[in-house]
Write a new protein. Structure first.
Length: 745
């Protein structure tokens, strides 16, 4: 047998050698060197393949379920078996395998009851079982039978479930649990929600557990903003992600870029057709295999007149978050190229937040990236200066920020002291926030520097902080700061806090609204302004929903857990004095996880519509994105401004604009705004879409450009309700026409 094997081996060698005789003298072809998009695709695949599912809190739930099943099957004791069965069922739930999870939890409840396990363990099993039924009901109704009113709180009309068995079972379990623990506020909230899905809220909710109906009343009446995402083709199912709203192909129509954070999820590029519909062009744009991305930020980094996109990755992955970001250059032909490495931005650190701004006012946009650090993993921030040739240089150490290690969840740039130099605000999850004042460009050192004024500025809260932005809340010409909370330090979940707030009980965890005192200090007026409830805010942004000239805000709320069926919130700015909750009146109270938000005038009718990415962190927490159509039109006056920099950066990020108007009675009003994409977890259009209230004419527009001489130009006696282009250095505005159309519905 050995001789036969040897003979076969020799024969095989001779055959293979003779087959290669014709090319045996030729050198093998060199290995192909990957670059650009192809290289990033490989880097991402390698990074994601190195992740240990058991090291994560979120995502890869199906893989974790399989590992816990193996542990469960190999358990040597009843206690170990039940513990691993609990984890197994929990991960099945998170993976979206609701019916399997129900079966496992029911077996666990029966076994635990028979074994006489302690009441707290059995309560936890009931809690997970009820939640599995809630998720089954959401899947059968909100996802499989989606309509405009699906998952909008308070649930009513067509949003009421047609398949009700899961909710009925959940109600039975929740009532049993509340009889055991009457003050379990998470369960109380979930009970009210379950009754709502059946159309039986408030009538059939036991009075002792009822969330008062007045809790869902709005402070001010606005018309319904219908969610038409399904009808216009932008409701792709996905997880949490980012969005950029802008005119990526320069045809005068706003398009949509949206990401989803899963390692197998591609970004989506929707092109506005100008007829009430969008066409997805992701494949044609070259985005097919560029997977993942929890957030996105857009800007024209190379001043070529085409808007580019930065995709941020690795957030919430902790030690496994060593996943590269992507800088996607807009090629001007409907495609994007990954130029991360050639631009000098390739790095492997978990992040979801960045800010584009021209910090040194040289006419080229720089980039700050805030990374996440935690126990056992430290990732310094990145501060890239634009070299003006398509490349960047990281100078975070030279700026004295190299030792800023924190769990950074948001950052925003703006000029808080009106000196013409862009400052930086950093939002941190679990410790005080930072405000860094830009000292300006020093000709001797040929660089800028920052001064940390966090202590004296009194703008450090919330301690558990997430998205943030700068804007002029009260139209006084000074940038204010909004910093949203993401829960409370004691760990109470979103449903628990919502139950307390909606019953009129105060908690911590509300946002901070810092009004600029014009002396490098701020005053937090959030509670006084009506932002007095704990909200787990994630995606968010500001805009003007009624064109009155005062900036409103949409807060995408939620948390990874499935009990976070809390409404996203819309607040109307009441003339710079307070915020009015208009969530229910406007139909904004989506209970699925609200992520990146983009305001923009998609149909060119003068008002701002809203696109928001909907979806969670767990593998099974998918949902379709939302598009809220603004029904107001041109009931109030407006103007739309496209600013073009020449010595300033081309897309004019950081330009300050003051608009002075006059109404029919001769009364003047002043509005202030800044060119920006808005929230750290959102992506507004860079064209300025300004409401002007009852104005009949624009007396003047004053533009302060973000360049080193801080040049100012004033334009007088301008028309309202027009699209205008203002180019730095030119003496006149340019009126231009755009295609206006109507969305169906």
């Amino acid at each position: 047998m050995k001789l036969l094997s040897t003979t076969l081996a020799i024969l095989l060698f001779i055959v293979l050698s003779s087959c290669g005789d014709e090319t045996s003298n030729e050198a093998p072809p060199p290995a192909k060197q990957l670059s650009g998009t192809a290289k990033m695709i490989k880097l991402l695949a390698d990074s994601y393949s190195n992740i240990d599912p058991l090291s994560l809190e979120y995502y890869l739930n199906a893989q974790r379920a399989e590992q816990y099943k193996i542990k469960m099957d190999n358990s040597q004791t009843v206690n170990d078996q039940m513990t691993n069965k609990m984890y197994y069922a929990y991960e099945l739930l998170n993976a979206g395998k609701n019916e399997q999870a129900i079966g496992e939890f029911e077996q666990l409840l029966q076994s635990g009851t028979q074994a006489g396990l302690n009441a707290d363990f059995l309560f936890t099993v009931k809690r997970m079982l009820a939640l599995s039924y809630i998720r089954l009901g959401e899947s059968d109704n909100c996802i499989q039978r989606f309509n405009r009113e699906s998952c909008l709180m308070p649930i009513k009309g067509e949003g009421i479930y047609t398949i009700q068995e899961a909710s009925l079972t959940a109600i039975q379990l929740y009532e049993e649990m509340l009889n055991e623990k009457p003050d379990h506020y998470e369960t109380l909230w979930m009970l009210n929600f379950a009754y709502m899905t059946l159309g039986e809220y408030p009538e059939k909710v036991p009075a002792k557990w009822l969330i008062p109906t007045r809790s869902f009343s709005s402070d001010y009446q606005v018309p319904i903003f219908k969610n038409i995402a399904d009808e216009i083709g932008v409701n792709t199912m996905g997880l949490s992600g980012g969005t950029c709203v802008d005119d990526f192909n320069n045809d005068g129509l706003l398009d949509i870029f949206a990401s989803s954070w899963g390692s197998s999820d591609q970004s989506h590029f929707y092109v506005n057709n100008g007829d009430g519909s969008f066409t997805e062009k992701s494949k044609e744009a070259g985005l097919d295999s560029l997977r993942g991305g929890l957030n996105t930020q857009h800007a024209d980094y190379n001043n070529d007149g085409w808007i580019d996109v930065l995709v941020l990755r690795g957030a919430w992955y902790k030690k496994s978050g060593q996943i590269p970001n992507s800088l996607l250059r807009n090629n001007g032909d409907g495609t994007f190229s990954d130029v991360t490495e050639e631009a000098g931005l390739l790095n492997f650190a978990p992040t979801q937040t960045a800010a584009w701004a021209d910090f040194d006012n040289d006419g080229w946009l720089d980039l700050f990236i805030g990374n996440e650090s935690g126990q056992g993993y430290n990732n310094p921030c990145e501060f890239y200066f634009n070299n003006g040739d398509g490349t960047f240089t990281n100078k975070v150490v030279e700026l004295g920020l190299g030792q800023l290690y924190a769990f950074i969840k948001g950052c925003t740039a703006g000029d808080v002291n009106n000196d013409g130099w862009t400052d930086l605000y950093i939002s941190i999850l679990g410790s005080p926030n930072f405000l860094l004042l830009n000292n300006g460009f020093n000709p001797e050192t040929q660089s800028i520097s920052f001064q940390n004024i966090s202590e004296t500025a009194t703008a450090k809260t919330p301690i558990v902080s997430f998205p943030c932005w700068m804007f002029d809340f009260n139209n006084d010409g000074w940038e204010d700061i909004f910093a949203a909370g993401f829960g409370v330090r004691d760990g109470r979940v979103a449903a628990h806090l919502a139950a307390l707030n909606f019953r009129g009980e105060a908690t911590e965890g509300n946002p901070s609204l810092f009004i600029n005192n014009q002396d490098n200090t701020f005053t937090d007026i959030a509670k006084k302004a009506g932002l007095d409830e704990a909200m787990f805010v994630m995606g968010s942004n500001y805009g003007d929903i009624d064109n009155d000239g005062w900036l409103d805000c949409y807060l995408g709320t939620g948390a990874p857990g499935f009990t976070a069926v809390v409404p996203n919130k819309m607040f109307r700015n009441n003339n710079g004095r307070s915020y009015q909750d208009v969530t229910t009146a406007g139909g904004f109270g989506h209970v699925q996880k609200g992520h990146a938000v983009g305001f923009g005038d998609f149909d060119n009718d003068g008002d701002q519509d809203i696109f928001t990415v909907i979806g969670g962190a767990f593998e099974g927490d998918v949902f379709g994105d939302a598009f809220f159509l603004n029904p107001i039109g041109d009931e109030n006056s407006w103007t739309s401004l496209k600013l073009v920099g020449t010595t300033a950066n081309h897309c004019a990020i950081g330009a300050r604009v003051k608009v002075t108007t006059q109404n029919a009675s001769g009364k003047e009003q002043v509005f202030h705004t800044t060119v920006s994409t808005g929230s750290s977890f959102g992506g507004n259009s860079l064209q300025l879409e300004l409401g002007l209230g009852d104005a009949t004419k624009i007396k003047s527009i004053k533009v302060k450009w973000p360049n080193r001489v801080h040049s100012v130009r004033v334009f007088e006696n301008l028309e309202i309700n027009r699209f205008m282009k203002i180019t730095e250095g030119e003496a006149e505005v340019e009126y231009y026409e755009v295609k206006r159309f109507e969305f169906g519905g």
